[in-house]
Write a protein that binds this ligand. Structure first.
Ligand SMILES: NC(=O)c1ccc[n+]([C@@H]2O[C@H](COP(=O)([O-])OP(=O)(O)OC[C@H]3O[C@@H](n4cnc5c(N)ncnc54)[C@H](OP(=O)(O)O)[C@@H]3O)[C@@H](O)[C@H]2O)c1
Length: 334
């Protein structure tokens, strides 16, 4: 890999794309040149990187000549159409969509868990689902120590997980409701302001949503744990940014709160915030714009023999997307 790679951000004007640009800058990623790509709607728009204005160009088949690393966050159909073209042009793609995550020829990577999988890429590396990353940041170290059999979990997912337009929808609806007007809808199937929606992604014949099944399917691939089971309910909440997940996990080995805390305190990319007597536990508001996820409310699960409950929050635009993608790019540079 070129020491100062030419990097492209595909979907640069989106919620994740903008965070990718900021993260490349904040982490001093050794970008030689940055190319910003989006749809025809954004052509000519200027975005700042290291104090310079960079003009957004339209994504096209010939966009990838001379590019070393392309960070994709423009949706699954764009990734399916353009990531193979980029890979054929000699560029390594880090893809944020779900398009290639379960493809056996594509590594699915959370660097704190399976960084070594980056090595066997064939031009495309997938970034996992954001809710799955946030949950695994706390679950994986516990699995490594005690052997996780299965989890039951509920997510509390921020509107930014559905993109820039969804953030605008929450803001607009709050304004409308406070002004005594009816809430208008464009993105979500129901009013999201002052409400919670037990519906993220599309429903499958089983009654689960696609988002809910990502925890089990992607979790198995990332943790190299083919028998891992996860029953999940995904819920959209009127939070701008940062997802939270309430997890009940059952382990092979006996687990105490003290032993779990000792493991979690050593875990990379994770803070333990667990002092209920002082009302201290992870909150989406306080992990917003933070690189680390946070875990708390750690207690013995009263319904499992070797069980533990915990609550984990993380900024899904960062650890769930942009930061994880840049960390993968950092692995490529090693
Ligand atoms: N939001 C999250 O927390 C999150 C987390 C993990 C993964 N992801 C994934 O990341 C991807 C982007 O999500 P987002 O939340 O950033 O969405 P978003 O805010 O709606 O942004 C979408 C981006 O894709 C670009 N785009 C759309 N159609 C395009 C086209 N035909 N050609 C080129 N560019 C096009 C948009 O450009 P214009 O501005 O020109 O339309 C924009 O830059 C999705 O696959 C999503 O599943 C999102």
């Amino acid at each position: 890999m070129n020491k100062n790679p030419h990097v492209a951000v595909v979907g640069a004007t989106g919620a994740v794309g903008m965070e990718m640009i900021k993260t490349l800058e904040k982490r001093n990623f050794p970008v030689g040149k940055l190319t910003l790509l989006a749809s025809a709607r954004s052509v000519g728009k200027k975005l700042k990187f290291r104090g310079q204005d960079i003009t957004v160009k339209e994504l096209a088949k010939d966009s990838f000549n001379g590019i070393d690393i392309a960070l994709f966050s423009a949706g699954g159909s764009i990734s399916k159409a353009f990531a193979p073209i980029a890979a054929r042009a000699g560029c390594v793609v880090v893809d944020n969509s779900s398009a290639f995550r379960m493809d056996d020829a594509v590594p699915l990577v959370v660097p704190e868990i399976n960084a070594a999988d980056v090595k066997w890429h064939k031009g495309i590396i997938a970034n996992p689902n954001c809710t799955t990353i946030v949950a695994l940041m706390a679950l994986y170290p516990l699995h490594a120590a005690f052997g996780c059999k299965r989890i039951f979990a509920s997510s509390y997912q921020a509107v930014s997980g559905a993109g820039a337009k969804a953030m605008e929808e929450l803001k607009r609806q709050v304004g409308e409701i406070v002004a005594g007007k009816p809430a208008t809808r464009e993105v979500f199937p129901h009013q999201i302001a002052f409400n919670v929606l037990p519906h993220v992604d599309v429903f499958l014949p089983s009654g689960y949503t696609k988002e809910e099944m990502k925890m089990e399917n992607e979790g198995r691939k990332i943790m190299h744990h083919p028998t891992f089971r996860a029953s999940v309910t995904c819920v959209r909440v009127p939070v701008y940014r940062a997802h939270s997940v309430a997890v009940s996990a059952e382990f092979e080995k006996p687990v105490s709160v003290e032993a779990a805390l000792a493991v979690l305190r050593q875990a990379p990319g994770l803070d333990v915030i667990d002092n209920p007597a002082k009302c201290e536990y992870p909150l989406p508001l306080y992990v917003t714009e933070k690189y680390n996820c946070a875990v708390g409310r750690i207690r013995k699960d009263c319904a499992f023999d070797n069980g533990l409950c915990f609550w984990v929050s993380g900024d899904q635009l960062l650890k769930g997307a942009a930061l994880n993608a840049v960390q993968i790019a950092e692995e490529l540079m090693k």
